[in-house]
Design a protein around this ligand. Structure first.
Ligand code: HEC
Length: 127
């Protein structure tokens, strides 16, 4: 009797272990925004500038000029964005608060910051 009881306890323990182990195994979420979704500068990035940045850039702060039509050439030619290198991109660093946060009123939602990061990593195309 005692032996049987021990055996079934062991069996249950093993089963629980397997259940816990397998749930842990499947519990690793991949990146929240799929980075293989192609980000469009004109359809995805510029609207973020229009809604959050152009009230000051360029009227209050001329550089970078983030208004439609001026933003892309300024960002690339004046090295605010380095294609494939978000860490080296001054504009992206500003979104993270380095050296100070943009917009000054508070950080953009993570999803929008992620979108701009993906756009840079995809080569910062004028697409
Ligand atoms: C309320 C006005 C305001 C808004 C809105 C704003 N900025 Fe700025 N921005 C400034 C000011 C003022 C400076 C200069 C002072 C400083 O560097 O913090 C600046 C500086 C910057 C710089 C550094 C420029 C340089 O040559 O060093 C970048 C890049 C920048 N902003 C990007 C953005 C982006 C991107 C947004 C929108 C997500 C944004 N800003 C929204 C006022 C604003």
């Amino acid at each position: 009797m005692v032996l049987n009881f021990k055996k079934s306890t062991l069996g249950l323990g093993t089963l629980l272990f397997l259940i816990l182990f397998s749930s842990c195994y499947y519990d690793h979420p991949e990146a929240s925004t799929p980075s293989d979704t192609v980000v469009s500068f004109s359809n995805d990035v510029q609207p973020i500038f229009n809604a959050n940045c152009t009230v000051c850039h360029p009227s209050l702060v001329p550089n970078p000029n983030l208004s439609e039509g001026s933003s892309y050439p300024t960002l690339i030619n004046d090295n605010y964005i380095i294609a494939n290198d978000p860490d080296g991109s001054l504009l992206y660093q500003r979104l993270l608060g380095n050296p100070s946060i943009m917009p000054p009123t508070g950080s953009l939602p993570n999803s929008q910051i992620e979108l701009i990061k993906n756009w840079i990593e995809q080569g910062a195309l004028n697409n």
